[in-house]
Design a protein around this ligand. Structure first.
Ligand SMILES: CCCCC/C=C\C/C=C\C/C=C\C/C=C\CCCC(=O)SCCNC(=O)CCNC(=O)[C@H](O)C(C)(C)COP(=O)(O)OP(=O)(O)OC[C@H]1O[C@@H](n2cnc3c(N)ncnc32)[C@H](O)[C@@H]1OP(=O)(O)O
Length: 177
C-alpha cells in the first residue's frame, strides 16, 4: 500500500491534470480518506514509521536500501524519486538532512545500543542530488563519549560527493521522553 502511495505521489509530482481531472482525483482521495477514518489507532499499533518494515512503512523519507552493515558502519543506496524534487531536477534541500537523520540515527542506535536522539545534525551540500540517480550512502561511528555518539555520513553519485554530514546523538536516560 505504501509503495502504491509513493508511486501515486511520484505521478502527482510529474502530472499536470486538467481542473476537472483534479476535482475528480480530489473526490476519490476524499473517499479513500473517509474509508480510513474509523481505522485510526495509537502510534504503537501502527505500521507507519516502524523500523522493522521495509522503507519504514511511510512515504516521508526516500527509501534507503542497506547493502552492508555492522555496529560501526553502514553502506546503502537511495534514489530520490520525482516526489522529492526541489527544482531543476535536484532533490529538495530539506530531503538530504531528512535522509541523513534517518540513516545516521539508525546507525547510532544499531548494535544493541540504547536509544539516542539527534542533538545536532550538520549537512554540507556539495553538489545537487539528481532525481532518479542511484546514490550511495555511507555512514560510520566517529567517536563515543559517555552518552554522546558522533556519526558521520556521505552521499555520493558515483565518485561525485553530493553531501556529507555529522550528527551528535545523545543516549536517552531511562524514562527520558
Ligand atoms: C542504517 C540502518 C542501520 C540498521 C539499524 C538497526 C536498528 C536500529 C534500531 C533503532 C533505531 C531507532 C531509531 C532511528 C530512526 C531515526 C532516528 C531519528 C532521530 C531523531 O530525529 S530524534 C528527533 C529530533 N531530535 C530531538 O527532538 C532532540 C530534542 N532534544 C532532546 O531531546 C535533548 O536535548 C537531548 C536528548 C538531545 C539531550 O538532552 P539531555 O538533557 O538528555 O542531555 P544534555 O543536555 O545534558 O546533553 C548531554 C551531553 O550532550 C551535549 N549536547 C547536547 N546537545 C548538544 C548540541 N546540540 N551540541 C553539542 N553538544 C550537545 C551536552 O553538552 C552534554 O555534554 P556533556 O555531558 O559533555 O556536558
Amino acid at each position: 500500500m505504501i509503495e502504491s502511495l509513493r508511486s501515486f505521489l511520484d505521478r502527482v509530482a510529474g502530472a499536470r491534470p486538467t481542473a476537472e481531472e483534479s476535482a475528480e482525483l480530489a473526490a476519490t482521495l476524499d473517499r479513500l480518506s473517509a474509508g480510513l477514518a474509523d481505522r485510526q489507532v495509537s502510534e504503537r499499533e501502527r505500521l507507519f514509521a516502524r523500523l522493522s518494515v521495509q522503507g519504514r512503512g511511510q512515504s516521508l523519507t526516500p527509501q534507503l536500501f542497506i547493502d552492508e552493515q555492522d555496529a560501526q558502519s553502514v553502506t546503502g543506496h537511495v534514489t530520490f524519486r520525482p516526489y522529492f524534487v526541489g527544482g531543476n531536477g535536484a532533490a529538495h534541500g530539506g530531503t538530504i538532512p531528512l535522509l541523513f537523520d534517518e540513516a545516521l540515527g539508525r546507525l547510532a542506535n544499531a548494535g544493541g545500543r540504547r536509544a539516542s536522539r539527534t542533538a545536532y545534525l550538520t549537512v554540507n551540500f556539495r553538489s545537487i542530488a539528481r532525481i532518479g540517480n542511484r546514490l550511495t550512502l555511507t555512514a560510520r561511528h566517529v567517536k563515543e563519549d559517555g552518552r554522546k555518539r558522533v556519526i558521520s555520513g556521505e552521499l555520493r553519485d558515483g565518485d561525485l560527493l553530493v553531501a556529507d554530514a555529522e550528527g551528535l546523538f545523545v543516549e536517552l536516560r531511562p524514562g527520558q521522553p
